[in-house]
Design a protein around this ligand. Structure first.
Ligand code: GLA
Length: 387
């Protein structure tokens, strides 16, 4: 993380609130290497934390008021701790204040904690599918856990962030993003079992293999609080119910012929995506751990994208173009990342081929009359921390 953001956050806090903060906490956005729309189906995911972070400066108050401000909006929102409820939250403050509220859902006693001033800055691009929202939630969750001495562990803090997003923001998302943001480690991906919430760090070895992950942010904005995301989730739950499974985690590739007989075509394809995607996550982890290394996962990334494009139907023309062009220009594999309906694709690229792939994608977007994408390399980075 550049020291600029930390300096800017501290300066922003001091200017607005007229004193020094207690401290700074930060949390990263994430890229999902593979395992899309599997988290809320109790399946497997393999994201990593990236070198783009949200920073929150926190100061304790001697009353029971919370004030929150950020560089993304001009307003300072002020609310008494006793008035905090999902129904009174909206807009960007629902992320940080939703976290404050969600702590009480996890057994934290907030009846005597002091009020707070919060100032937030971030260099995670908004709405790009890189989990700028989870970065805010995770930074705030870790900060409050520290300053209020609540003693929750990181997997539970991830659930606090998810609860804020589900209830206060109203997006029916899973546990992946907050887990990546809180559990990430430099040069590793987080292999998470979303049923048990057990996780394992898997070395990526990208630098040694002279590989890089290139993000292609299409600039197509999306929101998971409306529309397609919730519909996909409902289709998965419907499919599991018809198959007599508690969740699609309990459906295997071998069960797919039976699923095809029992389900309508659309529901079947939604189910097939999740079931095969879970298997692709397991296969990717095996390849990474068995010495095949990152250079050998390209086909799995490509297959994941096809499955999201054709079966789950969450891609958009800009994402498909980014993926196809990157692979044609020499990427070892590529796929859209995140919830879909816009946002970013990732491409696994040999370092020596990076500029060729970038130029090819830029040109292709120009030829199709799409706005220029923002392309940049991301590095697997450490998760949330006090700094
Ligand atoms: C969004 C959600 C995650 C996950 C992905 C899709 O990022 O926040 O919980 O469902 O979409 O894999």
């Amino acid at each position: 993380m550049s020291t600029d953001i930390r300096d800017d956050t501290r300066a922003g806090f001091t200017e607005l609130f007229g004193r020094e903060p207690e401290g700074l906490w930060s949390a990263p956005g994430r890229v999902n290497l593979i395992g899309e729309h599997t988290d809320y189906n109790e399946g497997f995911v393999l994201p990593f934390a990236i070198d783009r972070r949200t920073v929150v400066a926190v100061g304790l108050r001697d009353d029971r008021v919370v004030r929150v401000a950020s560089t993304i909006a001009d307003d300072v929102v002020e609310i008494a701790l006793s008035d905090l409820a999902p129904s009174v939250l909206s807009g960007w403050p629902a992320y940080p204040l939703g976290v404050v509220w969600a702590f009480s859902e996890f057994g934290a006693d907030l009846s005597a904690v002091p009020g707070l001033d919060l100032f937030i800055d971030s260099d995670v691009p908004l709405g790009a599918g890189l989990s700028s929202s989870a970065a805010i939630e995770s930074a705030v969750a870790l900060a409050l856990n520290d300053v209020w001495r609540l003693g929750l562990d990181r997997p539970t803090l991830a659930r606090v962030g998810q609860r804020a997003e589900n209830v206060a923001v109203g997006a029916p998302t899973g546990i992946m993003d907050q887990s990546a943001s809180l559990l990430g480690r430099a040069d590793h991906a987080v292999f998470l079992d979303c049923r048990t919430l057990e996780s394992e760090l898997v070395p990526l070895g990208l630098a040694e293999a002279e590989l890089a992950i290139l993000v292609i942010d299409t600039g197509v904005k999306h929101s998971h609080a409306t529309g397609g995301y919730g519909e996909r989730r409902a289709a998965c739950e419907r499919g599991a119910a018809v198959l007599g499974a508690a969740s699609l985690r309990d459906v295997s590739v071998d069960d797919l012929p039976r699923a095809q007989e029992l389900l309508d075509d659309v529901t079947f394809r939604r189910v097939r995506h999740v079931v095969t995607e879970n298997q692709r996550v397991l296969d990717t982890v095996e390849v990474l751990q068995s010495g095949g290394g990152a250079a050998a996962i390209g086909d799995l990334l490509d297959a994941s994208h096809r499955s999201m494009r054709d079966d789950f139907e969450i891609s958009v023309p800009e994402l498909d173009l980014a993926v196809e062009t990157a692979v044609q220009a020499g990427a070892l594999g590529a796929r859209m990342t995140g919830g879909g309906f816009g946002g970013a694709a990732i491409a696994l690229v040999r370092v020596g081929d990076l500029s060729r792939v970038q130029v090819a994608v830029d040109n292709a977007f120009g030829e199709h009359g799409f706005g220029q994408p923002d392309t940049f390399v991301v590095f697997a980075s450490d998760g949330a921390a006090r700094n």
